[in-house]
Design a protein around this ligand. Structure first.
Ligand SMILES: Cc1ncc(COP(=O)(O)O)c(C=O)c1O
Length: 510
């Protein structure tokens, strides 16, 4: 604690009232304790040292300490004079200069956030939840932590003093090379390392892209329902958001959308639409690329969980469909490895690389060289591919167990969507009167996280009501019991849905 700074600042504010130095020091320390600047348990400086530091008589300090002790703000123990645990409210109630009187609350009320930050109904911050059925979180207990620790250790051992300086703004070169190699082989992305920019994950990639590719007021299309992170980034960049409907073939813009709301950017999740899970058909991909090219729009392809394809052959990335595809490709290691790694990447068309390099030079991410080098080695050595293969098998098993459990306990009341890939599926309600936000809250009260589909709405409400269930973290053997519990908490089957489902069952038997 810099007592001189504390004391001089206090004296500058209150010293003009003709107080003695004893009284001033006592008031200064008391105010610092009340405001938490001197926290409970902090040992104050010994009286002799403090007197020297402040250039006052030792008696002045002793007087102040005694006063504080008699008021209960400090107590003496073997460490000397120690700040006591004073409940904040009690301390504020005794405040000699109440905050409002000091004009502080008035001054604070002049502070305000930007319009996007203060917008009503803004996107709530994502909570860090675990367990059944939190979407988007991989099986963290399956990550090869020991191998990763060894790679980190090796990377840190190899670092030179020069590598402790700010890192390359575009990311460490070995990692950019490893990612480009991986994407060409596994996703059909057409790129080399100079097009790859390392970020702190998709959220940071989106922020970077929107700053680099759009101006305030430009129109961005976002799938509706869609990824709240994309919506938050677009609002943060003061873009004009148009929600574009999604069907079983993926994002489905209408001729009027192109005509009346032409986009500068189009955000899409073609491999596994988030959250509905449809895969953008080849026909739609080609049409979207053509139309985007004609409208001079850029597509932001978020390929967040394409590594986990469970049924059918994987479609390669849109970015690789044509050599000059107007696509910026985003990837993340949050799903394939773990979210707190906070490493993602953007692959930009060659023509945009200099602009991105310029943006990146002034961005915050220019560090974590050790982690980036370890990740490059994780990719090069084949450990990444091995881990992804193992997780793909595990998630498929978990998905199968979930689908069976839903069919057994809820089959008559719901339909399933988006099961062919990824780490989540959507449970759609057959009964149109069920409200997913209400049901989601009820389930949460019983310890089951099942996000409402409506929470993913980008523009207005959603006709389809349902729940997004992430299954990657849930062991297959727990699935049946969890869904049985969920089924008991959902409204019973209505006569109308019962009739429809009996008819459907008879059809299946026939
Ligand atoms: C559609 C989508 N994209 C990307 C991500 C990953 O974001 P990040 O890399 O910031 O963890 C998620 C996470 O749930 C997601 O749902």
């Amino acid at each position: 604690m810099d007592y001189s700074l504390l004391f001089n600042a206090y004296a500058a504010q209150h010293g003009q009232q003709g107080w003695s130095r004893q009284r001033l020091l006592h008031a200064c320390l008391r105010s610092a304790i009340r405001q938490g600047t001197l926290a409970a348990g902090t040992a104050l400086a010994p009286s002799r040292a403090l007197a020297e530091e402040l250039g006052v008589a030792r008696n002045t300090v002793l007087y102040a300490y005694e006063q504080l002790a008699s008021e209960g703000f400090v107590q003496c123990d073997r460490r000397g004079t120690v700040v006591a645990a004073v409940p904040l409210q009690a301390a504020l109630a005794q405040s000699a200069v109440p905050l409002a009187q000091a004009g502080l609350s008035q001054r604070m009320s002049n502070l305000r956030c930007s319009q996007p930050a203060a917008a009503p109904g803004g996107v709530p911050p994502p909570a860090s939840q675990m367990g059944a059925f939190v979407p988007g979180v991989p099986a963290l207990d399956q990550f090869p932590l020991a191998a990763w620790r060894r790679l980190l250790e090796r990377a840190w051992r190899s670092l030179t003093p020069a590598q402790l300086n700010y890192g390359d703004p575009a990311g460490e070169s070995p990692l950019r090379v490893a990612i480009a190699d991986h994407l060409r082989a596994a996703r059909g992305v057409v790129c080399d390392a100079t097009q790859v920019f390392i970020t702190d994950g998709t959220q940071s990639s989106l922020d970077l892209c929107l700053r680099a590719l759009a101006d305030v007021g430009d129109t961005i299309w976002i799938e509706h329902p869609g990824y709240a992170g994309a919506l938050a980034a677009a609002r943060g960049a003061s873009l004009n958001v148009t929600g574009i409907e999604v069907d079983e073939e993926g994002i489905a813009p209408q001729p009027d959308d192109w005509l009346l709301r032409p986009p500068r950017l189009i955000y899409t999740t073609p491999s596994h639409q988030y959250p509905l899970g449809s895969v953008l058909s080849l026909r739609r991909r080609v049409a979207l690329l053509d139309a985007a090219r004609r409208a001079a729009a850029l597509i932001i392809e978020d390929d967040y969980d394409s590594e986990f394809r469970h049924d059918g052959a994987p479609l390669s990335a849109m970015q690789g469909l044509a050599a000059d595809a107007p696509v910026v490709y985003l990837g993340t290691f949050s799903k394939t490895m773990f979210p707190s790694l906070r490493i993602g990447f953007v692959v930009v068309p060659v023509a945009l690389a200099p602009g991105f390099a310029q943006m990146r030079a002034h961005a915050s991410a220019r560090g974590r060289v050790g982690e980036q080098l370890a990740l490059a080695e994780f990719l090069h050595s084949g450990q990444f591919a091995r881990h992804v293969r193992r997780m793909r098998r595990l998630y498929r098993q978990r998905r199968d167990a979930l689908v069976m459990a839903v069919q057994r306990h809820l089959g008559a009341r719901v339909t399933l969507q988006g099961m062919s890939a990824g780490m989540h599926l959507v449970l759609c309600f057959k009964d149109e009167s069920w409200r997913d936000e209400v049901i989601s809250q009820q389930l949460l009260a019983h310890g089951i996280v099942a996000e409402a589909l409506s929470a993913k709405a980008v523009q207005g409400g959603l006709a389809l009501q349902g729940l997004v269930l992430g299954y990657a973290q849930v062991p297959a053997e727990q699935m049946d019991e969890l869904i049985r519990r969920m089924a008991a908490l959902l409204p019973p089957e209505t006569t109308a849905t019962a009739r429809t489902s009996r008819r459907a069952q008879r059809k299946v038997k026939a």
